[in-house]
Write a protein of this length. Structure first.
Length: 279
């Protein structure tokens, strides 16, 4: 799967940027290589002039942000002496004047750039800068999650194919299953989320040579909690891993135990594994 943030994730960040900053236009894209970003998503634009524009590091406002790895802004794009003007035609076609550009940086490497803009020459304040930086952080977090997912998927595909080849590796398989499930709620990309759930299901089914049909259907969060419990986590630790309240974790656990006919946490884990719900 290509290294990219799904359009829905980028659009969510741009929409948040507009709502929190009050800027009428937001747009952005990821780097295709070390020096070039492609504007793929627009929010609030009146034309398609900016869509598909390739931004080179050092060129224009976004290129300056990429090259310096820090936010940059101009009060009037067309007349600014602090940037080069390779993209003036596209910017003018959209009628943009005051613009801020923020790089998306993951592990000290620029991975993309987000813009917010006004159609009048007004100096942008701290509130606008903070909103733009926060939106870029959203995209950075989405990229971090995607990187983790890709790494976990790569290391678990072989185990899914032949899970019995190395019985001593089952604890690693179970840990990978737990980590994959904990990442599912953070992934907005439907295709990637479906792949995650598919791999989790195959890992779980592989844990039992012949799963015992029990007709039990657990909610996704109930499985997530049981996966944490199976690794020895307390309710508090499971809550921290899953971003839930301890009381909520306790409720999911009680519900799962009731459905599985279990009286203890251990009985619930054993029953879930026999049913092919956990590896």
């Amino acid at each position: 799967m290509p290294e990219s943030v799904d359009a829905v994730e980028m659009q969510a960040a741009l929409l948040r940027l507009r709502r929190t900053s009050g800027l009428p236009v937001a747009f952005g894209g990821l780097l295709a290589d070390a020096r070039h970003a492609r504007i793929a998503e627009l929010n609030g634009a009146q034309t398609a002039a900016l869509r598909g524009l390739v931004i080179s590091a050092g060129s224009g406002l976004g290129g300056k942000a990429i090259a310096l790895s820090r936010p940059c802004a101009v009060t009037d794009y067309h007349s600014s002496r602090h940037i080069s003007h390779e993209y003036d035609l596209a910017v003018a076609a959209e009628g943009l004047r005051s613009v801020v550009a923020v790089p998306v940086v993951v592990r000290r490497r620029v991975r993309g750039v987000l813009y917010g803009a006004l159609r009048e020459p007004i100096t942008l304040g701290d509130r606008t800068f903070d909103a733009a930086v926060s939106a870029a952080r959203d995209v950075e977090q989405a990229l971090v999650v995607r990187d983790e997912v890709q790494q976990l998927l790569a290391t678990t595909r072989e185990q899914v194919t032949d899970p019995r080849a190395a019985p001593e590796a089952w604890e690693d398989v179970r840990e990978a299953h737990r980590e994959l499930r904990s990442l599912v709620p953070k992934v907005l990309d439907p295709a990637l989320r479906d792949e995650l759930l598919s791999v989790c299901g195959r890992l779980a089914a592989a844990g039992a040579r012949t799963p015992e049909p029990c007709g039990v259907r657990l909610a996704p969060r109930e499985v997530d909690v049981l996966a944490c419990v199976a690794s020895g986590a307390t309710n508090a630790a499971a809550a921290k891993r899953l971003g839930l309240r301890p009381e909520t974790v306790k409720g999911y656990l009680r519900s799962a135990m009731r459905k599985l006919g279990a009286h203890t946490r251990l009985e619930a884990v054993v029953a879930a594994r026999r049913a092919g719900l956990l590896p």
